[in-house]
Design a protein around this ligand. Structure first.
Ligand code: ADP
Ligand code: MG
Length: 449
């Protein structure tokens, strides 16, 4: 095999085993530059990639190569073209107990940065180390290492924290740089209002004077054509002037619907880092860090109880902890396992575990004092129609059921009936506070038994 083929074969196998983001990040612009006397030399674009390939993928790469050619005894990595001197991984140091309460942190009005989000209190584990390392590298040479940096991951997993931490540390180390953190929705609102006020030039000038633009939750740009267009031009201007752009989204650029192709390819043009779900050990580490930040601590069994029950959302981990801390403040007593269980049990009841179509229909019928048969009938009596629509709405909202499925559940109705019902309730919820309260009560009943 010639060296190009050899490397292609390695890449093909690696690609099967790691996420798209990881692959794009670490294997982009790599190649085998020489292969002789059992030694393979792999060229990588920067020292950051070198460190990662050696440490994280070195063994795998060697194994694959060895399987392809038993002569191969050693793999070496070297930085091709430009050497960028970067970074050691940030050490996570726990802040001293009794640190400032969160309430005392103020969002800076100019930058929109909240000083509570730092690298120091961002816990790193296998699920986020890629995004973290990329973010850290970006802060060393804003605009020059990874541009744009695109971080994606599910809700409550630390995207905003990481993006804000980037902003905070850049401000600290490069005080002359103009850093702006903007949620994508706010950016959209800015575009809309400046169009309305015939002020778009001013808006453009302002955006283009930024040195580090951090745009959070760019999935909200989906379908907003005018905003995308503005952002595209801003992006290009900043990019061409080596200004840093950092983006986050709940999904990779490819999966954002109604995103202009040219913007998508810009998003994919830099570094993409994904954040997955935290493993058990990291969940425990996060709980410990957060407790310590708040000047308190809990027993291992309490932490284990929380970490075992909340697996996919760090914000919820914090929420559970907050409940225990509130209890502690009020009662002047630390929650033990038994108390923690009684305080948190409800929180852990995932709606998807306890709710099902039958349960929803049963609770709604009971709530409105109807028989299940009535709610499932085709009766057009007002006192039946409304609860039926609510039940349909809840099937959609809680279980994410499809409209045809909902139609079928309610005595074989057409999917358009289900769409109409859900739309109607949604609209009424916007103005009718009583209905909101009713639905809350119904949901509590659905989840509580
Ligand atoms: P997202 O923007 O992905 O929805 P956030 O960044 O708002 O999530 O994170 C939710 C909460 O969890 C925040 O309070 C944040 O400080 C915390 N958090 C997330 N990831 C970490 C982490 N790795 N270490 C410490 N706290 C974290
Ligand atoms: Mg966020």
């Amino acid at each position: 095999m010639v060296k190009e083929e050899l490397w292609q074969a390695v890449l093909a196998q690696i690609q099967l085993n790691i996420s798209q983001a990881n692959f794009a990040t670490w294997f982009k612009d790599t190649s085998i530059t020489s292969c002789k006397e059992g030694q393979v030399l792999v060229s990588v674009p920067n020292s950051f990639a070198k460190e990662w390939l050696e440490n994280k993928y070195g063994k795998t790469i060697f194994k694959i190569l060895y399987n392809l050619d038993e002569e191969i005894k050693e793999v070496k990595y070297s930085v091709g073209k430009v050497e960028l001197k970067i970074l050691k991984r940030a050490q996570v140091t726990l802040p001293p107990a009794g640190q400032l309460e969160f309430e005392e942190f103020k969002v800076n009005e100019e930058t929109n940065l909240n000083p509570r989000y730092t690298f120091e209190n961002f816990v790193v584990g296998p699920f986020n180390e890629l995004a973290h390392a990329a973010a850290w590298a970006t802060t060393k040479k804003p605009g020059l290492v990874y541009n744009p940096l695109f971080v994606y991951g599910g809700v409550g997993l630390g995207k905003t924290h990481l993006l804000q931490a980037i902003g905070n540390i850049i401000i600290k180390n490069f005080s002359q740089k103009k850093v702006r953190y903007i949620p994508a929705e706010k950016f959209t609102a800015g575009v809309v209002s400046s169009i309305k006020n015939h002020d778009i030039e001013n808006f453009k000038t302002k955006c283009r004077a930024i040195d580090v633009l951090i745009l959070d939750d760019v999935q909200f740009l989906a379908g907003k054509e005018k905003t995308q267009e503005e952002f595209f031009h801003t992006f290009n201007t900043l990019y061409e002037n080596n200004k840093q752009i950092v983006l986050s989204s709940d999904r990779p650029p490819k999966a954002i619907p109604a995103l202009a192709e040219r913007l998508r390819s810009r998003f994919e043009g830099g570094m993409i880092g994904d954040i997955g779900y935290p493993d058990y050990e990291t969940r425990i580490a996060i709980l410990k860090t957060k407790s310590q930040e708040r000047g308190t601590s809990f027993s291992e069994e309490v932490l284990d109880y929380i970490a075992s029950n909340i697996q996919r959302n760090i914000r919820e981990l914090e929420g559970a902890l907050n409940r225990l801390i509130a209890y502690q403040k009020i009662n002047n007593q630390t929650a033990n396992l038994e108390i923690a269980k009684s305080l948190l049990r409800n929180l852990f009841l995932s709606p998807n575990k306890v709710a099902n179509p039958r349960k929803i229909i049963q609770v709604v019928s009971e709530f409105y004092d109807l028989k299940e048969k009535e709610i499932l009938s085709s009766s057009r009596k007002r006192e039946i129609v409304k609860p039926r629509q609510i039940a349909m709405f809840l099937l959609r909202e809680i279980l994410k059921s499809s409209y045809p499925f909902i139609g079928r559940k309610f005595g074989g109705k057409d999917h358009t009936t289900a769409i109409h019902a859900c739309g109607k309730i949604l609209k009424e919820l916007a103005t009718d506070e009583n209905l909101t309260n009713e639905l809350d009560l119904i949901k509590q009943r659905i989840y509580s038994g």
